[in-house]
Design a protein around this ligand. Structure first.
Ligand code: B12
Length: 232
């Protein structure tokens, strides 16, 4: 009676999402990769992996990690890194290579070396198919603007964990002055984030940024909006 049991891909997806999320939650990168490899071998497309498993998983994961484990930095960090690694592997196998959503240069403000949040943001942006150029920590305004021009980036993303590196003249304000002087404000937008802005949600307007976001996933959404609204 009957041949091998064939489970339709659609039904399988639900189980894959559950097992993948569980592995990410346990910060078990090899297990997450194994779940994805098995899914692809069973007929799930790389596109489905990214858009139906990884991105929704990342959004839910970061939300629940933030609520349950406010202080669990490792878990937060690993969720973003695993999502970025799986996305990179799957994008290389897309039937039609996806168009990049645009490019962002990101760095810590001048005087600031708090790099962990920035690295989470980078993982989230890569998972959302945004090209990211990491300029590192302690980045001067001139270096942000030079890199954005050379790399043809539409957004400069600046991370400040300290109030003085957010508000100081060598932070976003300095970047804004340069963009204004070079008549680049329509083409290059500024987004800011980091603890300094979570302490004061109006601070981004004071430092003349175009937008801010409190975490990696919302950073992705805000940056996609900025990339779409800027002048080419
Ligand atoms: C870890 C840490 C350090 C580490 C940094 C290690 C590293 N490589 O990153 C070390 C020990 C080096 C350090 C040093 C210092 N630190 Co410190 N540090 C912290 C601490 C405890 C956690 C920061 C962190 O990693 N958070 C976890 C990440 C995941 O969160 P996050 O960075 O906020 O990022 C998330 C969001 O903000 C957002 N995000 C982040 N960046 C961006 C960018 C964009 C564009 C967007 C859209 C979103 C976004 O997404 C991220 C992911 O969800 C904070 C306390 C705090 N509450 O933040 C103090 C803190 C930031 N440090 C502080 C201080 C004072 C210092 C020192 C001056 C201490 C000293 N006397 O030497 C030095 C300064 C060093 C320097 N020049 O930068 C103060 C700043 C106070 C202030 N009001 O300005 C804080 C707030 C501690 C406190 N309560 O006093 N620090």
């Amino acid at each position: 009676m009957g041949g091998p049991l064939v489970i339709p891909v659609r039904d399988m997806l639900h189980e894959i999402i559950r097992r993948y999320n569980e592995a990410v939650y346990d910060t078990d990168r090899p297990r997450a990769m194994k779940v994805i490899d098995e899914a692809v071998a069973a007929g799930v497309t790389p596109e489905e992996v990214v858009f139906s498993v990884v991105i929704p998983g990342l959004e839910g994961m970061i939300d629940s990690i933030s609520k349950k484990f406010t202080h669990n930095l490792a878990q937060h960090f690993m969720a973003a890194q695993i999502a970025a690694a799986v996305t990179d592997a799957m994008v290389a196998r897309f039937a039609v290579p996806p168009a990049s959503e645009g490019r962002v240069v990101i760095g810590n403000a001048h005087g600031d070396i708090h790099s962990l949040g920035k690295r989470i943001v980078i993982g989230c942006l890569r998972a959302l198919m945004i090209d990211v150029v990491d300029l590192g920590v302690n980045v001067a305004p001139e270096d942000f603007v030079d890199a954005a021009v050379k790399q043809e980036a539409g957004v400069i993303a600046i991370s400040s964990l300290m109030v003085h590196t957010a508000r100081g003249p060598k932070g976003p304000v300095g970047v804004r002055q340069l963009l204004r002087a070079m008549d680049l404000e329509g083409r290059i937008k500024i987004v800011v984030g980091g603890a300094a802005y979570r302490f004061n949600e109006n601070l981004y307007t004071i430092v003349e940024a175009d937008a801010w976001a409190p975490d990696g996933i919302s950073a992705g959404r805000v940056i996609l909006d900025l990339l779409r609204e800027r002048k080419p």
